[in-house]
Design a protein around this ligand. Structure first.
Ligand SMILES: [Zn+2]
Length: 471
């Protein structure tokens, strides 16, 4: 009659019930305990010396077996221990349905694994559902991931890779992430954010991998470029275009905007004092326009991308003519960029001058934007993923586990859709906005055609990204 339980869904091999189950409630969870013994035969010959094993003691172990809907089923397993009197070797009766290192059955472990695979619950939430502690969930998860990704090495070749840093802890400890820009898969993770980390990545993947890499994308301020220049000078470095624009926004635009704003405020004050109503009206208007231009001039990546998309539609005609002309973008890129620098120099704006010097120094990694049309956006996406993972686990203290989670997540959400088609190249980029602004103000005539879209006062179409050359 007790064997009823071994014939249900909860069937356990080599388990025989011996008493009626007991029921009780603990912390609002209904607990059912099934009592029984394990029936697996023990080989009575000692593996160490060939002597005979004798029954030594009877033991009991409580295993969690099934959880759900505020019900927890535990099984109370009796098992035997045998001893060899000749060599003192002790052998436990095997419990075939128990998981190693945890007091749970295989069924219970698979319940946890299923919840982990779904990937939409934190370890704490899983522990809550399963009436166990989060540490065990973490250990099961870590073992699962270690078995899944035996060594954290790329499994295929990559054409375009990106490298970036991310913060490991709150106290300014950084790590390096290398990712495939086309699949979004993380290829390498290591504590530290120096050129050495990229060297270590090169060592790990080897020359066979690296000779297939066409370009490596990175931020300008990172120290990774040195490793590439030292080791693989034939691989193009591509500086992230959004990062270049951000630098431009943070230095040139912000600085000059501040100066300009102060000038206007001062002149408005003067006009007020002189009771020059006509001038005051003009200046106030200028000030308003100036204020409104901020959104156009300073935007983050996502707004830039969104605006860029809209602008591309807007500029389809221009875009298509450009394509029809069959102009080779890569060969023109340097020409346009250096032309831009010449113009920038003529404006005599200090911030712009500094920026131009930087552009010139970094030109090798800027012209390649047009050649490969890649950005580090994918790696930045991974950086956001990393933040989410860290938040979910309230800060992973176990670095190995943290890296496994990142590795897994990048594969879970990765898709092969190319991320290279972000659309626009440097010469269409934001860098011209200030030129336009200052050339107009100073009555200075640039020698290249001015971008078309900036002339529009519509903030949605007059975007940085929509700036176009006409030839
Ligand atoms: Zn023995």
């Amino acid at each position: 009659m007790h064997n009823y339980y071994t014939k249900t869904l909860l069937e356990l091999p080599y388990f025989e019930t011996i008493n009626l189950p007991t029921f009780y409630e603990k912390k609002k969870i209904s607990i059912q305990e099934i009592n029984g013994k394990v029936t697996k035969e023990v080989n009575k010959i000692c593996k160490c010396c060939g002597g005979t094993l004798h029954l030594h003691s009877k033991e009991r172990v409580k295993l969690k077996h099934f959880a759900g809907c505020n019900v927890l089923i535990k099984i109370n397993v009796s098992y035997e221990r045998y001893k060899c009197y000749r060599c003192n070797n002790i052998v436990k009766q095997e419990i075939p349905f128990k998981i190693k290192n945890h007091f749970i059955t295989k069924l219970y472990a698979s319940q946890i694994k299923n919840l982990l695979i779904k990937g939409n619950m934190t370890n704490k939430a899983i522990a809550n559902v399963m009436s166990c502690n989060a540490t065990m969930v973490k250990q099961i998860d870590k073992d699962r991931l270690k078995a899944k990704y035996k060594d954290l090495k790329p499994t295929h070749y990559s054409r375009y890779i990106g490298v970036d840093e991310f913060s490991l802890h709150k106290n300014h400890v950084y790590a390096t992430v290398v990712a495939d820009l086309e699949t979004g898969e993380v290829l390498y993770l290591e504590k530290g954010n120096k050129a050495q980390q990229l060297h270590n990545f090169f060592d790990l993947v080897g020359n066979n991998f690296m000779k297939r890499v066409k370009s490596i994308s990175m931020d300008m301020n990172a120290s990774y470029s040195k490793a590439v220049l030292d080791r693989y000078p034939n691989i193009d470095i591509t500086y992230d275009k959004f990062h270049i624009i951000k630098r431009y926004n943070d230095t040139v635009i912000s600085e000059t905007r501040k100066e300009e704003q102060n000038r206007l405020i001062q002149e408005i004050e003067e006009a007020k004092n002189n009771r020059d109503k006509e001038k005051l009206k003009l200046l106030t208007n200028e000030y308003k326009l100036f204020k409104n231009s901020r959104f156009t001039l300073l935007s983050n990546r996502s707004t830039l991308e969104a605006k860029d998309k809209a602008a591309k539609e807007h500029n389809r005609y221009l875009y298509e003519t450009y394509e029809k002309k069959g102009l080779s973008i890569p060969s023109n890129e340097r020409k346009y960029s250096t032309k831009w620098i010449d113009i920038a120099r003529k404006t005599n704006i200090e911030a712009l001058d500094k920026f131009s010097n930087m552009l010139e120094r970094r030109m090798y990694g800027i012209v390649t934007i047009a050649k490969h049309n890649i950005s580090n956006g994918r790696v930045e996406g991974i950086n956001n993923l990393i933040k989410t993972i860290r938040r979910q686990a309230y800060g992973y203290r176990d670095q190995e586990y943290f890296f496994l989670k990142i590795w897994d997540a990048s594969r879970r959400y990765s898709h092969s859709k190319s991320h290279r088609k972000t659309g626009w190249t440097l010469k269409k980029a934001a860098l011209l906005a200030a030129i336009f602004y200052y050339s107009e103000r100073e009555g200075f005539e640039p020698s290249v055609p001015l971008p078309v879209q900036i002339l529009s006062r519509d903030p949605d179409s007059a975007t940085l990204a929509s700036l176009q050359f006409s030839g």
